[in-house]
Design a protein around this ligand. Sequence first.
Ligand code: AMP
Length: 407
Amino acid sequence: MKILVLNSGSSSLKFKLYTMPQKELLVQGLIERIGEESSQIHLSLEGTVRESSETIRDHRHALEILEKALPRFGILSSFEELGGVGHRVVHGGEAFTSPTIIDAAVRSTIEALIPLAPLHNPANLMGIDAFAALAPKVPQVAVFDTAFHQSMPSEAYRYAVPESWYREHQVRRYGFHGTSHFYVSRELARLKNSPQERLNCITLHLGNGASICAVRGGKSIETSMGLTPLEGLVMGTRSGDIDPGVHYYIHRTTGKSPKEIDEILNRQSGLKGIAGSNDMREIQRRMEQGNESAKLAFDLFIHRLRKYVGAYAVLLGRLDALVFTGGIGEHSAPVRQALCDGLAVLGIGLDSTANDAARTDARPIHAADSRSELWVIPTDEEGVIAEESYRLVADRRKDSPSLTPLA
Ligand code: AMP
């Protein structure tokens, strides 16, 4: 069965097409600058990249172009041939604790959650609606970034604010990157050949957005992002934790509006705010050349991370492993080294040779006498979306075999 995975942004559409259940990747690509004069199309197929540009009006137009392009590569004659489509949906609120087939009620719940994710959920819905218009018979599945964290206990997900903020306005911690934290914690159990129910681990998703998660027996019990992805670690352009009093103080002293301040905390802060770049490679390069702001950005990033690892180790009680993933987690040996240099109090020791090895596969990097294991595990959010979509579509076909024939 072929499953298409879509990640729709406000002006972009990322896709991967798989044959399931083998999880064989057939083609992937990205359509950028949708709605602008010159939209860019990148397709990557069997190791070759094809790029072109044309005016793409909207998400539906982007999908029409994709549907026309695929037969040229002999991959698919039309979208009708797909077994299903899986969408990354950012915010599932308290309504969704697992992936779900999208029907009218699910669609309107995703829409009702727009106030919690005003940038992301509308973009995700554009992808869902555009696809439904082109191939209404193909089942669509939503996989939520927040769902994995719905297992957090109330003392972890509630803020100490008036009860009415939670009851009336859904102000609580939701957490994000759930698909990634789920995947790498499950991979850890598989690689260690150990039942997930018995494993306690901390997963560190360190990319341009970054979050950390305490996973007990396969379930998220705490994570660093909150109501929005702004809370927690220092990120590429986001501040992470700051005193909430800063908002009003900056408003009073500069006259900036709440919206402007939110924008600055999300887009002009983090590594970029301190060192002018949100690219960790650039920060590391400049740090080696003695640049002080780059060193401060790096140190702040590590300091915050270390505080969270210490806190989550205490919450878990027993820490079997720490897992690094995301662009920085997977590729930055200096970040892993600097973090682990400060974790001796937990009995954690890094094998520096394994850490420095130029490898991109999943691998252990702990010293032989380390109390907890250390792993680098490349994330695969799209692979999980494909798996979950396949599982739900195949289950539905078993229940109602007349729905759509197996591809
Ligand atoms: P992501 O959002 O997961 O794609 O990760 C993006 C981040 O990973 C950026 O900050 C990149 O600078 C960082 N990154 C990618 N490759 C490397 C590398 N080899 N060393 C350090 N940082 C890297």
